[in-house]
Design a binder for this molecule. Sequence first.
Ligand code: BG6
Length: 527
Amino acid sequence: MRHSIRAFAHPSHRPQALYRPAHGDRCTLVLLGATGDLAKKKLLSAVGDLRRKGLLPGACRIIGVDRMDLDDAGFRGLVAEAIAKGDGADGMDPRDLHSMLTRTHYVAGDLTDPELYEDLVTHIGLLERDVPPESRNRLFYLAVPPAVFEPAVAHLSRVGLLTRRSAEERPWARAIVEKPFGRSFESAAALDRAVRSRIEEHQIFRIDHYLGKETVQNIVVFRAANAMFEPIWNRDHVSHVQITAAESVGVEGRGGYYDTAGAVRDMFQNHLFQLLALTGMELPTSLRANAVRDEKVKLLRSVRVLDPARTVRAQYGSGVVGGRIVRGYREETGVSPETHTETYAALELAIDNGRWRGVPFFLRSGKRLAGRCTEIAVHFKTPPYLIEGLTGEEPGEPLPENVLVLRVQPEEGMSLSFATKVPGVVRALDPELSVAPVDMRFDYDEAFGTEHHAAYETLLLDATIGDATLFTRSDEVATSWRLLDPLLDRWAADPTPLPTYHAGTWGPKEADALLEDHGFGWRVPGS
Ligand code: BG6
């Protein structure tokens, strides 16, 4: 049985409106792919939330660009609908919404058509005619399919909207780029060369929305601000680390894309490797973008070449999720019935540096698992010396280990489990004294009661401020691909059918062996 105690923030603590008080610059936000899934589900409501909190200057214009045949009124309706479905809908002052919508516009066209970009120049010119030249900042959000990314940047640059600028130059021009950034080291490098031939690295904001999540930002702060943990954050005290990103959803209408990607490209190369880097890296000298990114790259470069024998891939079969029968991956729309694409992967990684040599890091992620949960669990070694007679809860059981869990979602926070004496009188002559694990638990919502800040809201704001700390740099992307390419090539060449796991379970039994070989076992995520 587990027992738990809860942690609360000091009552004098007042939550911050957002983790930093800075406001974004006045700018024109041009959203390419404005009627797509991402825009409708995340981006438009994030823009609304920024406006509601007064973090995006009222003078900012929003221009949606996409293939769908809409006029300004049609797009405004779509924006209003997205905001109404978002978290902060109730709190938005109707006057703010109205004023935001009157500054929202739409340009229809094919994103690969050169003429669309001439139209865009005309529109932006008209909308910005009253804006002083030095304030004509432009943020281009490329929520477009990978194939459109390069032509879109080329056209924006050709028509003079997105051109090379120095970091200090005003007005600024920046591009936010959605993942996936390439599908291998080579393709990512080619894309990078193409983009860098037109703009500078500091103008590119590569999104990994995990970096915008509160608990992910907390990893470094937590390590740096607590004298208790950093001294034991190493091979002397940590037995292993488990990083899990479990989803209960399937491919959700994205079968066509997903079948060309798979779990490793979709989740590991970006989100899981970012969690790995932040957990394992040396502490940066500051929280400035390059200081943090330098340390992340160093850590990723220390990861030893992956041993394919220490990896597992699998596909979900049919099963029951949330009381509903769901079909298997091969039956999903847009997925080939003979597909070899993995919907689950587990990797064992070894880090070759003084801090981590000999400490395995286990990463796993999958779709259609038993629940939605992303967490980093740091398992500590049990004490090297035990008083005679101390056992786990049952006689003869080993003592429970200390585990620190950083919960990324759904209940953002952390917990620390430690061992404690089961109540009862201690007698010197007792043959055995049992010890039980207790969880000390901290929930962000419960402790601070802050309003939820969606990851995209934080990231959009940072891009308007020009702070790239929570975005990935090109060498991080390249290093991640370099690590994964050999495995992906090997998997692609292997015709053996993939193992399957029942939808609604925690994954294939093959993944258990990875840990059992070391005498460990996977945690039940969220437990
Ligand atoms: C995206 C992946 O990057 O992250 C999706 O493409 C995945 O397949 C999603 O579902 C998970 O994000 P979150 O924030 O729900 O964990």
